[in-house]
Unconditional design. Structure first.
Lengths: 614, 341
C-alpha cells in the first residue's frame, strides 16, 4: 500500500493513561528512539500523586509529554499535537492541552461505561461517540482487544497480557512516525532478559501495533521529523536527577574525594539516591538514613573525615536539615545539599513542580547563616551546576545548596556529554602539617579567600576540636567574646561573598546588552523564558534574557547588566522570591510574573505578558 | 607537638589546654579522668581517635580530649558518627551523649546506629535530669519526679536504656558508674575491644540538679547490697558478705540466700552471650526503695558479634570495583549515543 509521508518540523505528543498503563515507559521509549535519530527534544513527565489512585479515575492519570523537532527545542511545548488517551479520565484531564485539529488516539476499551463513570462523564455520554471531538482528528482503536488477540498464543493470564497494551500503542506510534523499533527491542531484552514469556509478549505486542498501522487502510499518512541542526558532537539523552548523580560522581573523580551520600527517600529527589546506589564501582557510598536529619548529619560526618559529603532532598526535607546546615556553616566544612523543589508549603504537592525554596535556601536557618546557592536550569545543566556546587564547597570550605525542581529532575533532553578530560580538576588539599612557627594547630586560621584549612582525622599533630558553639577566630576555641562574635559573623559572610571572585561573570543569554526589558530567570523556567524572549526579539523588540545559576553570591557584574534596562521582569514558579532578593540587593523596581499552579510557565503566556509591558 | 612513636602516651597526653567547665563535684570529671587513663592502652594512635558529642553537659567532653573531636548539635552525634565511620572505618570513634541527648532528641539515631552495628563506642552519661538547661526531667527520670518543668511530678514513664538498646539489637550493652573508677575503666576497655556498636550506660551524678540519685548504688554503705556485678562464667552473687545470689525460677529472677541451704551452684551463671538471659538482666530494674527489690546489675550484660555496617559497605564497594572499572567516560556516554556531524 502506498502512503503519503509528510515532513513535519515540530511535534508534541502527550501519552496519558492510568498509572498502571505504563505511559511513562512508553513515553521514555519513544523519547530514546527520537533522540537516537538526532532529533532535538524535551520531555515533561506529569505524575499523579504518589499513592495509586483507584484505576480509571482522574487522580490516577499519569502523563508524559514529549516534544521533538528538527529545530532547537527549549521546552516540552505549551500545547500538544497528539494526545494518546488510554482511558476516559486521561482524555478528560488532557484535552484542553490539545491543539485544535490535533489527533486523539483513544483506546476504546478505556471508554466503556465503567471508565466513563469513573471519569465523571454524565450518564450515557461518551466523548468518542457524541461528536464533541469533531474539532480534532479522532483515531479510535481497541488496544486491549487487539493486544489480547496478538498474544492469544501465549499461556500467560489475561492480566499479564493486558500489561503489554502500552507496547501496542508504542508500536503504532513508531509506525506513524516512521521509526525503526530496534532501540525498544534491545531495551526489552535487557529488562526482561531471562523472562522469556514477558519479553516475547512485549515484542509481539509492539510489532502488532506497528503492523496495525501498516495494514489498516484508513491510516493514509505517516510523518517524519528530520534531524535537528545541533552542534556537532556526541549526544545522549539525560534526565535532571540522573545528571545530578553523574555530576557528583564526576566531581568526586576530579577532586579525588570519595563520594558519600546520606539521604532519606523523598519525592521527587529519590532517584538521585537510587542512581548513586548503583555506582559502587566508583567508590560511592550511599547511606539511606533513618530521617532527613540523620541524612545530612551523616554527610557532615563523612565530610569531616575527608569525603565529598552530599545530601539530597526536597523542600520539607530541607526544612528538617536546617539546624545541621547551620552546624556545617559553623564547622566551615564542605557539604553539598541538593534540593529538588516541589510544591509547598508542608507536604504540599509532592509530584508537582515549584521554585518556592529559594528564600528557604537563602535564609532558612537560625542565626546569621550565609550559604552559597546555585540553581540548574535544564536537565543537562544539573550536571554542570552540581559539579560547580561541589567545587565551590570543597574549595571554599562551605556547605552549598544546589537547587533543581521536579520539572527538570524528571524531564529529559539531549545532552552533548563532556569527555572526562574536558572537565576541570577540582584542586583540594588537606592540611598535613603545622605551619612554620605554629605550635598548636589553628583550625580557624584563614587564607586569602577567608577559607580555613581542612584537617581530617588521622593526621598526626593536627588533633583539634570543632563544634557548633561560636569559636574564637584563628584558634577555634569556644568563645563568648562580643567583639569576636561580631567579627566571626562578618567573616563567615565575607567568605561567602568572596566566592564571587571565583565564579564566572554573568552572561546575557540572548538580546541586546541595553534595552527596554530584561527578563531575569533562574532554574527550570529557562526554556520558557528563552523561547518567549527569542520570539519577541524576532518581532523586533529590545528584550533580553539573563538566567542566573549563581544565586548566592551573585556574579559581580549582575548589577551592571540590570542597570542597562528600563524594566526588569522576573518570571518564577512561586509567589515572588528572586524578585525580592534582587530588589533588596540592587534597589531595582523589578516586577514578578508568578505562576503557582504546580506546572511550568508556558512560552505563550510569557510572550503575552511581556508584550503588555512593552 | 608531633607525636613520637617512641614514648608511650600517658593520660596526660590526652588532656587539652581547655579549662574543664563542669560544676565542681560533677560525675563527669571522674569519667573524663578514666577515659584519659584508658586511651593510652587501647593501642590506637591518638590521631585516629575521634570523640563526637551532641548537646548537654556531657557533650562538652570532646573539648577536653586531645584527640580529634566534634561538639555537634543536639542528638545528632550518632548520625554524624555513622557517616564518619562509614567513610573512615579505620578510625576509633567515641560518641559521648546523655539521657536527654541520646534518648530524647536523638533517640531515633541511637536505635538506628545500634541496629546497623557500626563499630563505635557510645558512652551514655545517664544522670536522669537535664543539667545544661538547668533541671528539667529527662526520659530516664523516675515517675512523679518534681522538677522545674514538672512541679506536680512527672507523669512520663522512664526509659530503661539497656532494655531499649537490647531491643534495638545492640551487639554490646553494659552498665557502669562514675564513682567506681576501676569498673569504669574495665568497661571502657571492654567497649573499645568489642567490634560493633558498644552501648555503655554510665550512671553519673549531677550534684547540682539531681544530687544523689544513684547514691544507693555508688555509696559504700549500700553498694554491696544493691549492686550486682556481672562476671562472665560466674554465678550471680552479691551482698556485703557475698551471701546472696540470683536464681532463675522459670524465667523469673529471684533472690536466694546462701545461708538458706542454697549453694553457689544453684545460682544463675552469667553468660554474656545468652541473648534471652540478657533480656531478663536488663529488666532487673526495680526501684531500689521498694521492699524485696532485686539488686541492679552492672557490667557487661550482653555481647555478640554481627557484621559491622562499614565493613559490609566497604566489601560491597571492593566487590563492585573488582567487577567493573570506574570509567567516567563510559558513565557519561551511557548506552545510547548518537553523533551529529
Ligand atoms: S549541671 Fe549537673 S551534669 Fe551538668 S555539669 Fe553541673 S553537675 Fe554536671
Amino acid at each position: 500500500m502506498t502512503r503519503k509521508q509528510e515532513i513535519v518540523s515540530d511535534v508534541v505528543i502527550k501519552f496519558a493513561g492510568d498509572s498502571g498503563d505504563g505511559m511513562q515507559l512508553t513515553g521514555s521509549q519513544f523519547t530514546n528512539n527520537t533522540a537516537l535519530l538526532g532529533i532535538d527534544l524535551a520531555t515533561f513527565p506529569d505524575f499523579p500523586a504518589e499513592i495509586r489512585a483507584p484505576q480509571g479515575t482522574i487522580p490516577g492519570v499519569s502523563g508524559y509529554q514529549l516534544r521533538f523537532s528538527s529545530k532547537p527545542v527549549f521546552t516540552p511545548g505549551d500545547a500538544c499535537d497528539v494526545l494518546v488517551a488510554m482511558n476516559a479520565a486521561a482524555l478528560k484531564t488532557n484535552l484542553r492541552q490539545l491543539k485544535k485539529g490535533g489527533k486523539v488516539i483513544a483506546n476504546t476499551d478505556g471508554f466503556d461505561a465503567k471508565n466513563l463513570r469513573l471519569a465523571n462523564f454524565p450518564e450515557g455520554v461518551n466523548p468518542l461517540e457524541d461528536g464533541s471531538l469533531d474539532n480534532y482528528e479522532l483515531i479510535k482503536m481497541d488496544v486491549t482487544k487487539m493486544t489480547r488477540e496478538a498474544l492469544k498464543e501465549f499461556t500467560m493470564g489475561m492480566k499479564e497480557k493486558d500489561r503489554a497494551k502500552n507496547m501496542f500503542v508504542l508500536g503504532f506510534l513508531y509506525w506513524m512516525y516512521n521509526r525503526d523499533m530496534s532501540s525498544t527491542i534491545s531495551f526489552l531484552k535487557e529488562k526482561f532478559g531471562k523472562k522469556d514469556d514477558i519479553l516475547n509478549s512485549n515484542i509481539k505486542a509492539l510489532q502488532a501495533g506497528y503492523n496495525y498501522g501498516d495494514t489498516t487502510e484508513t491510516f493514509t499518512t505517516t510523518y517524519k521529523v528530520e534531524k535537528a541542526k545541533m552542534e556537532p558532537g556526541s549526544y545522549r539523552s539525560i534526565m535532571g536527577n540522573q545528571a545530578i548523580a553523574y555530576g557528583l560522581i564526576a566531581a568526586s573523580q576530579k577532586s579525588g574525594l570519595p563520594l558519600f551520600l546520606g539521604s532519606y527517600p523523598i519525592t521527587p529527589a529519590s532517584d538521585i539516591l537510587h542512581d548513586l546506589a548503583r555506582y559502587k564501582h566508583f567508590g560511592v557510598r550511599t547511606f539511606q538514613a533513618e530521617d532527613e536529619i540523620a541524612a545530612i548529619a551523616s554527610a557532615i560526618g563523612a565530610s569531616y573525615g575527608g569525603a565529598l559529603g552530599v545530601t539530597t532532598t526536597s523542600g520539607p526535607g530541607l526544612a528538617l536539615k536546617a539546624e545541621a546546615m547551620g552546624l556545617a556553616v559553623m564547622l566551615e566544612i564542605p557539604l553539598v545539599i541538593c534540593n529538588v523543589q516541589r510544591g509547598g508549603p508542608s507536604t504540599g504537592l509532592p509530584t508537582k513542580t515549584e521554585q518556592s525554596d529559594l528564600l528557604q535556601a537563602y535564609y532558612g536557618r537560625n542565626g546569621e547563616c550565609p550559604m552559597p546557592v546555585v540553581a540548574a536550569s535544564t536537565p543537562s545543566d544539573c550536571f554542570d551546576t552540581v559539579f560547580e556546587a561541589a567545587r565551590i564547597s570543597v574549595q571554599h570550605m562551605t556547605p552549598v545548596i544546589c537547587l533543581t525542581d521536579g520539572y527538570i529532575a524528571n524531564g529529559a533532553e539531549p545532552w552533548k556529554f563532556p569527555q572526562s578530560s574536558d572537565l576541570p580538576e577540582i584542586k583540594v588539599s588537606f592540611k598535613k602539617d603545622l605551619d612554620e612557627g605554629e605550635e598548636v594547630f589553628q583550625p580557624y586560621k584563614r587564607d586569602e579567600k577567608y577559607v580555613r584549612p581542612w584537617a581530617v582525622p588521622g593526621t598526626p599533630g593536627l588533633e583539634n576540636r570543632i563544634g557548633g558553639l561560636e569559636k574564637q577566630d584563628i584558634t577555634g576555641n569556644v568563645s563568648y567574646d562580643p567583639d569576636n562574635h561580631q567579627h566571626m559573623v562578618k567573616i563567615r559572610q565575607a567568605k561567602v561573598d568572596k566566592i564571587a571572585d571565583y565564579i564566572p561573570e554573568q552572561k546575557l543569554d540572548s538580546g541586546p546588552a541595553k534595552g527596554k526589558i530584561l527578563v531575569i530567570g533562574w532554574g527550570s523556567t529557562y526554556g520558557a523564558i528563552k523561547s518567549a524572549v527569542e520570539e519577541l526579539q524576532a518581532q523586533g523588540h529590545a528584550v533580553s534574557h539573563v538566567h542566573i545559576r549563581y544565586l548566592r553570591p551573585f556574579p559581580k557584574n549582575l548589577g551592571e547588566i540590570i542597570r542597562n534596562f528600563e524594566k526588569i521582569l522576573v518570571p518564577e514558579i512561586n509567589n515572588g522570591q528572586l524578585v525580592k532578593i534582587l530588589r533588596d540587593i540592587y534597589l531595582v523596581d523589578a516586577k514578578g510574573y508568578n505562576k503557582i499552579m504546580g506546572i511550568p510557565i508556558t512560552k505563550t503566556e510569557l510572550v503575552e505578558h511581556i508584550k503588555k509591558m512593552l | 607537638m608531633t607525636d613520637t612513636a617512641l614514648a608511650p602516651l600517658t593520660a596526660k597526653d590526652f588532656q587539652t589546654d581547655q579549662e574543664v567547665r563542669w560544676c565542681p563535684g560533677c560525675g563527669d570529671y571522674s569519667i573524663l579522668a578514666q577515659v584519659q587513663k584508658v586511651m593510652p592502652t587501647i593501642g590506637v594512635p591518638r590521631e585516629n581517635i575521634v570523640f563526637i558529642s551532641g548537646i548537654g553537659c556531657s557533650s562538652r567532653f570532646p573539648y577536653y580530649m586531645n584527640t580529634y573531636g566534634m561538639h555537634s548539635i543536639h542528638g545528632r552525634a550518632t548520625a554524624i558518627a555513622s557517616g564518619l565511620k562509614a567513610s573512615r572505618p579505620e578510625l576509633s570513634i567515641w560518641i559521648v551523649t546523655g539521657d536527654g541527648d541520646g534518648l530524647s532528641i536523638g533517640g531515633n539515631h541511637t536505635i538506628h546506629i545500634l541496629r546497623r552495628n557500626f563499630d563505635v563506642n557510645i558512652l551514655l552519661f545517664n544522670n536522669q535530669i537535664y543539667g545544661l538547661t538547668k533541671g528539667q526531667y529527662s526520659p530516664t527520670s523516675e515517675e512523679h519526679k518534681i522538677t522545674k518543668s514538672t512541679p506536680f511530678g512527672s507523669i512520663d514513664h522512664p526509659f530503661n536504656p539497656l532494655a531499649l538498646a537490647r531491643g534495638a539489637d545492640a551487639t554490646f550493652i553494659a552498665r557502669t558508674m562514675d564513682r567506681d573508677p576501676k569498673h569504669l575503666q574495665t568497661m571502657l576497655a571492654r567497649a573499645n575491644k568489642h567490634k560493633g556498636a558498644s552501648f555503655l550506660e554510665i550512671y553519673q551524678n549531677c550534684n547540682i540538679f539531681n544530687d544523689g540519685t544513684f547514691e544507693i548504688f555508688t555509696e559504700k554503705a549500700t553498694k554491696s547490697e544493691e549492686v550486682l556485678f556481672l562476671e562472665h562464667g560466674q554465678p550471680l552473687i552479691f551482698g556485703a558478705s557475698r551471701d546472696k545470689g540470683i536464681r532463675l525460677d522459670g524465667f523469673t529472677p529471684v533472690i536466694a540466700n546462701l545461708n538458706d541451704g542454697y549453694s553457689a551452684n544453684d545460682m544463675w551463671v552469667h553468660d554474656e552471650h545468652d541473648m534471652y538471659k540478657a533480656q531478663i538482666l536488663t529488666r532487673m530494674f526495680d526501684d531500689p526503695f521498694t521492699a524485696g527489690h532485686l539488686p541492679r546489675p552492672f557490667g557487661v550484660f550482653y555481647e555478640t558479634s554481627r557484621p559491622c555496617y562499614e565493613e559490609v559497605m566497604a566489601q560491597q564497594i571492593d566487590d563492585a570495583k573488582a567487577k567493573k572499572p570506574a570509567d567516567l567516560d563510559k558513565l557519561l556516554r551511557g548506552n545510547e549515543v548518537w553523533t551529529i556531524n
